[in-house]
Design a binder for this molecule. Structure first.
Ligand SMILES: [Fe+2]
Ligand SMILES: [Fe+2]
Length: 219
């Protein structure tokens, strides 16, 4: 098994807790979406057979993938779908801003999945317009988890989709969102569907210490 992430430190996890608290304070909605993204990313990482270190790295990357949004003013962050092009350009800065924070305060290993989680295989994503194999596997996993999390959450303009409908939507857009020829993408969607992930029920803890407690054995 290939390991992407080998180093952990007590300071990193404690910094992650502080930074997640800032996100929770800034927007409970983005925080909840991030918790779900972390849990889903972990499920996918386990299912495709990554080692424990990588599973942990992807879980933490998912929890922090939108951390760059803490710098975005509320009037833009909370305006939903009705963004002007100028406002959308500000939103598009969040992967780079987030990558810089995690690199400085947590671990450089988290920077790539966070930096590239909005890249698309057709080159129309952001911030760099990378294509297919230019996008690292870690970022592809966060991207699947991010989109699945977004679809299965309540939005002001639509209700939350159930698991199999969300997987169907992702599958229908597989060539746009992901590398549709990739077996890993197909396996990931299949595993989400089979699992029927009940991650939005009361069983999820939104307590930051609990969320990070599974990483303690790495310290
Ligand atoms: Fe994002
Ligand atoms: Fe997100």
């Amino acid at each position: 098994m290939k390991c992407l992430w080998k180093q952990h430190c007590a300071g990193c996890i404690s910094n992650a807790g502080v930074i997640l608290s800032m996100l929770k304070e800034k927007s409970y909605g983005v925080f909840g979406h991030s918790v779900a993204t972390g849990i889903i990313a972990r499920e996918i990482a386990v299912d495709i057979g990554l080692c424990d270190d990588d599973v942990n790295m992807l879980y933490l990357s998912g929890l922090l993938h939108d951390i760059g949004k803490i710098f975005i003013e509320d009037s833009i962050l909370l305006s939903g779908e009705n963004l002007t092009p100028k406002q959308f350009n500000i939103i598009k800065q969040h992967p780079e801003r987030g990558a810089r924070i995690v690199e400085k305060f947590i671990s450089g290993k988290l920077a790539l999945p966070i930096l590239y989680h909005h890249e698309l295989p057709n080159g129309k994503g952001y911030p760099y317009g990378l294509r297919n194999d230019e996008i690292p596997l870690s970022a592809k996993i966060i991207s699947i988890a991010d989109k699945f999390s977004a679809l299965t959450m309540e939005r002001p303009y639509r209700s939350a989709l159930v698991t199999d409908t969300a997987v169907l939507v992702l599958d229908n857009h597989i060539e746009t969102f992901f590398d549709g020829k990739s077996q890993f993408v197909r396996n990931s969607l299949k595993s989400l569907n089979i699992r029927d992930v009940h991650i939005f029920s009361a069983q999820i803890s939104y307590d930051i210490d609990s969320l990070l407690s599974s990483l303690k054995y790495c310290l």
